[in-house]
Ligand binder design. Structure first.
Ligand code: SF4
Ligand code: F3S
Ligand code: ZN
Length: 103
């Protein structure tokens, strides 16, 4: 599961489409965590898609990640500022790849 303390245990290594990426990143095998308020651990995400289907405000968009061992697409929190903290994505992700920090 994603480490809920990632803001303490990791460092921001880059920006992607307006959100932070928390390392380490070693492409293509190691991709880090994308987003902060809505954070997706790309190294855990296995392209289930429930988060994209269920988010009521369409926070997530697919991003291609060819060569990653878990899956070649990830749910990117491209619109994390739209999040309404319903926690649905956190509940439906089968591998607990998502952390949402309300407030
Ligand atoms: Fe979307 Fe709700 Fe998840 Fe926020 S908590 S990203 S609104 S599903
Ligand atoms: Fe990935 Fe979990 Fe969404 S596996 S696609 S973050 S439901
Ligand atoms: Zn991203």
């Amino acid at each position: 599961a994603i480490d809920p303390q990632f803001e303490q245990s990791r460092e921001v290594v880059e920006e992607h489409d307006g959100h932070r990426v928390w390392g380490p990143v070693e492409e293509p095998e190691e991709l880090g965590i994308h987003g902060t308020h809505v954070a997706v651990d790309f190294d855990i995400c296995l392209e289930d898609g429930a988060c994209l289907e269920d988010c009521p405000v369409d926070v997530f968009e697919w991003v291609d990640t060819p060569g990653h061992p878990e899956s070649e697409r990830k749910a990117d929190p491209a619109n994390e500022s739209q999040c309404i903290d319903c926690m649905l994505c956190v509940d439906v992700c089968p591998v607990d790849a998502i952390d949402v920090d309300p407030g």
